[in-house]
Design a protein around this ligand. Structure first.
Ligand SMILES: Cc1cc2nc3c(=O)[nH]c(=O)nc-3n(C[C@H](O)[C@H](O)[C@H](O)COP(=O)(O)OP(=O)(O)OC[C@H]3O[C@@H](n4cnc5c(N)ncnc54)[C@H](O)[C@@H]3O)c2cc1C
Length: 387
């Protein structure tokens, strides 16, 4: 399939493709069937240094940008895997690097780079407030040299396969702040310590093989030095993670989109019904061509979002739009792929139904399409605020 004539990321792509060849379709299929974590795959990515791509060289990483990280994620999905098992480390990293203290960077980054620690979890969503993030009810109250956390989170992923979690909690009651985005704070939580001090984890079985959980905080104590940046500024800091997450997930959807269009193109060229390849019918060609065009277009917005992010420029609009376009494109591609495989699209051994489930998630998480449309309507186009 055609691609950029000069792709500056070809080395990264080749490296990831080589690693992914060691983990073919049947590996990911088995992990999905067993509802297991792809431990060997994530370990191989870590050992090869890919999971510390964003860590500056002085702390033991390779000092790459979000653009390169997005290429890594894209290639995993394009090779038939699911970056959802490990993308947390990519989208959380800059929150710690950009807003953490030098002491925190020195303490954690070299150990993450060495593969001794994983920073795979981010705790934002809550059951009663959903997307209305500034209304979260989890509170952190300062008591001497500690913060005491009480509350509940939902859909918090990879907690069982991470050592560290970035947690958003309210430190000043909503009633006492001028703007609702004020008074929220960000903490670096040592998951094992928190479990000893009152945090409990309830796994949520779900449609995708995605390890995600409800978390309950019952007087969980966190050392005050684990506060990230200034108290009360957490909402601003978490956007660093959320924008990175949207751009990375756009790249993952693009990887999925190419996987679906590649698979279905090969299939319709081979499969003969009524004495000719089904791909000879324009009714078959057009949905595949349309999905491919949309994946390519989404790809441009993804690079735009990543470039702005890497320059430290505001990128909320582009990251949201990239995620919207890419999730829509991969879903169109998934539908075309399953449709033109006929009955075989539903057989697990073709991997399409697995990838179909995996890519469907991104219409809802990490932010739903409706909320992106509302962001663009209000903040980009200047229409009246609706909520
Ligand atoms: C598998 C999985 C993994 C996840 N991992 C994490 C994680 O690691 N960390 C984390 O913090 N969160 C995580 N999430 C949570 C995810 O970010 C949320 O599910 C998502 O943001 C939507 O929030 P919600 O589920 O509360 O839906 P709600 O906010 O309840 O919204 C439900 C629906 O209503 C629509 N809606 C709501 N308000 C409006 C409005 N004003 N106008 C139009 N439509 C509206 C939305 O578009 C949505 O489709 C995960 C979710 C899933 C499913």
């Amino acid at each position: 399939m055609r691609h950029l004539t000069h792709d500056p990321y070809e080395d990264i792509r080749e490296g990831i493709r080589a690693l992914c060849r060691e983990f073919p379709d049947d590996y990911h299929r088995k992990v999905d069937e067993d509802r297991a974590y792809p431990e060997a795959f994530v370990k191989a990515l870590t050992d090869a240094g890919w999971m510390s791509a964003l860590i500056p060289e002085e702390y033991g990483g390779s000092g790459l940008g979000l653009t390169e990280a997005s290429v890594i994620m894209e290639e995993i999905n394009r090779a038939g895997g699911n970056s959802g098992a490990c993308h947390g480390q990519m989208y959380n990293m800059n929150t710690l690097i950009r807003h953490g203290s030098e002491q925190q960077r020195r303490e954690y980054l070299p150990r993450i780079a060495a593969g001794e620690l994983r920073l795979q979890s981010m705790g934002v969503t809550e059951p009663t407030t959903g997307t209305d993030t500034t209304k979260i009810k989890t509170v952190a109250v300062r008591k001497g040299d500690r913060y005491v956390i009480n509350g509940q989170k939902v859909w918090i992923s990879r907690v069982q396969h991470s050592d560290l979690m970035i947690l958003l909690a309210r430190t000043t009651p909503l009633a006492d702040v001028k703007k609702k985005s004020e008074g929220l704070s960000l903490f670096l939580v040592d998951i094992a310590d928190a479990m000893k001090s009152g945090m409990s984890v309830r796994p949520i079985p779900n449609m995708v093989n995605h390890e995600t959980n409800e978390l309950f905080f019952d007087n969980v104590e966190i050392p005050s030095e684990n506060l990230i940046g200034e108290e009360g500024m957490g909402f601003k800091y978490i956007l660093t993670g959320l924008n990175a997450e949207r751009a990375l997930i756009a790249a993952e959807c693009i990887g999925d989109g190419y996987w679906f269009t590649d698979r279905v193109t090969s299939y319709v060229n081979e499969r003969e019904v009524f004495g000719r390849p089904i791909g000879q019918n324009q009714g078959v060609q057009f949905p595949i061509a349309e999905a491919f065009i949309e994946v390519e277009a989404a790809n441009l917005m993804r690079y735009e979002a990543c470039a702005l992010y890497d320059q430290g420029e505001p990128c909320g609009t582009e990251a949201n739009m990239a995620k919207y376009l890419a999730a829509k494109a991969s879903w169109e591609a998934a539908n075309a792929c399953i449709q033109f495989h006929g009955g075989y699209g539903f057989a697990s051994e073709y991997d399409i139904e697995r990838k179909f489930r995996e890519t469907r998630l991104y219409q809802v998480a990490p932010i739903s399409t409706n909320l992106i449309l509302s962001y663009v309507a209000e903040h980009v186009l200047g229409m009246p605020r609706s909520f």
